[in-house]
Write a protein that binds this ligand. Structure first.
Ligand SMILES: *Cc1c(COP(=O)(O)O)cnc(C)c1O
Length: 441
């Protein structure tokens, strides 16, 4: 590769690629693409997010005119001079060589995620946990310190709790809602804060703007898990986060039929996560990329549908005498209004509620549901209910559960896109069947 074909950042300036980037001065637009080929659709005239869901990143196959991205199952790609140069010059991420390193099917869906999250670059991985592990290890180093919350997805908590210390990182767990605690945890060696925007299952929202400001002032990377809100509700990079992570298994794919993860941020940071992913090996299979890309096309309409039903279900549960408390951003009693600062158009299907009669009654409730399935996970078109005490939070001691605020009888609901009246009727029949002592009646 000659010096003339390199741009100032050192990435290859492929003919046609630069000219395809009219977004360069756009406010929330990608400033630098990548990786991509000239066939990848990256035009951006400031389209709305639902349009991006459908079109962004599509591989427009010029030979056939196919309207959708082809699947590139090939694990390896014919060497060219550019391939050799990419190894020597260090831009391997931009050239298809071997699928763990990069593949046009991955690039399509990565570009879509990047353009939805207002990121320069994105990476897809084999699970949300692969995304989290690769990011935490890539962006910290030995003797580094991470601040996180004890109110975290169980897998993330376990990773931080069990695996970071043996690898030379230390971790402080704080109450992310208490900014004084967050600030007090900062040390000389603090390199990263890692938080979820909306906690599971109580829907506690962190003060993203204040935490981002704190991180900026103290030169700490802010990584957030945006699985619950999705870029339809919130694009954390626009509010000061450095990196955003998703379990794509949930809303991004939306059909409870693939496991995948995604990371988005600046090209510089995502390049480092990519290099870590190469070593850990959690790359995403091209067939799964195809499914994720297909799922993402309907993300905006699905989230609107989830939101409309979650709103109705919240209203219904609030009126039911067997429901003691409801934790829903659609509830008038929702305790974390700060969410609306960075989520002006909230669209989320998650909520929790406590039933009269404690965990025994909650178990009965799950058994009686007919449309809503008793299962873990979330974010799919089908409604799912689970009890945090015996699933997601079963690893916590009773005392830890109390600290987080998990009370007896708590039910978590991932509201799907079924008819709202059907969902409310299903809940009514199940709620009516539990006695106030918790026994089925
Ligand atoms: C499910 C989930 C994860 C883990 O994702 P996997 O795809 O199961 O690896 C991480 N964070 C949150 C908030 C989740 O809900």
């Amino acid at each position: 590769m000659t010096a003339e074909s390199m741009d100032a950042t050192g990435f290859e300036n492929r003919p046609g690629t630069r000219d395809d980037l009219p977004w360069l001065n756009g406010l929330h637009r990608l400033r630098q693409a990548g990786p991509l080929t000239p066939a990848h659709r990256v035009r951006d005239d400031g389209e709305a997010i639902s349009t991006r869901c459908v079109h962004a990143g599509t591989y427009e196959d010029r030979a056939t005119g196919a309207v959708g991205t082809p699947i590139f199952p090939s694990t390896t790609f014919r060497f060219s001079n550019t391939t050799y140069e990419s190894f020597l010059e260090g831009y391997v991420r931009d050239i298809p060589t071997y699928t763990r390193y990069g593949n046009p099917s991955q690039w399509s869906v990565q570009l879509k995620v990047a353009m939805l999250e207002s990121a320069e670059s994105a990476l897809v991985l084999s699970s949300g946990m692969a995304a989290i592990a690769s990011t935490l290890f890539a962006l910290t180093n030995r003797n580094g310190h991470i601040i996180s919350s004890y109110d975290l997805y169980g897998g993330s908590y376990n990773l931080l709790h069990s695996d970071m210390h043996p690898m030379g990182r230390s971790v402080s767990f704080v109450d992310a809602l208490d900014l004084t605690q967050v600030e007090a945890a900062i040390r000389e060696d603090t390199q990263m804060m890692f938080f979820e925007l909306l906690s599971n299952p109580l829907m506690k929202a962190i003060d993203l703007l204040k935490i981002a400001d704190l991180c900026r002032r103290r030169n700490i990377l802010l990584v957030v898990d945006n699985t619950f809100l999705t870029p339809i509700s919130c694009r954390p990079l626009e509010f000061g986060a450095d990196v955003v992570i998703h379990s794509g298994t949930k809303y991004l794919n939306g059909h409870s039929d693939i496991t995948c993860g995604a990371v988005a941020g600046s090209r510089k940071l995502i390049d480092r996560v990519w290099a870590q992913m190469l070593r850990f090996g959690g790359s995403l299979d091209p067939f799964v990329c195809f499914l994720l890309e297909r799922g993402l096309k309907t993300l905006a309409v699905r989230m609107d549908a989830h939101a409309a039903r979650a709103r109705r279900v919240t209203e219904y549960l609030e009126s039911h005498p067997k429901v003691l408390r409801i934790y829903s951003p659609y509830s008038a009693s929702y305790g974390y209004p700060v969410l609306h600062q960075y989520c002006p158009e909230l669209a989320c299907g998650m909520l929790s509620f406590e039933v009269v009669g404690g965990n025994a009654a909650a178990l009965t409730l799950l058994e009686k549901l007919r449309i809503i399935t008793s299962a873990t996970s979330l974010g799919g078109v089908e409604s799912l209910a689970s009890l945090p005490f015996n699933t997601s939070h079963s690893g916590l001691t009773l005392q830890q559960q109390k600290v987080i605020g998990l009370n007896d009888g708590l039910v978590r609901l991932s509201v799907g896109i079924e008819d709202a009246d059907d969902l409310c009727r299903d809940l009514r029949l199940a709620l009516d069947s539990i006695g106030s002592t918790g026994e089925g009646s």
